[in-house]
Design a protein around this ligand. Sequence first.
Ligand SMILES: [Zn+2]
Length: 50
Amino acid sequence: MAKIMQCDCGYVVRGETDDELVANVQEHAREVHDMELTREQVLAMAQQEE
Ligand SMILES: [Zn+2]
């Protein structure tokens, strides 16, 4: 099932799998916020897509 994560900046990141979501969130965080997030941090903030 797809998962989404809404960033603090309002940007919504989506992934079809945990791996895809983590990769997309890490890329967004790195490029936009200059932050490195761990897989655990990403998954802790993620929600199932409705
Ligand atoms: Zn953001």
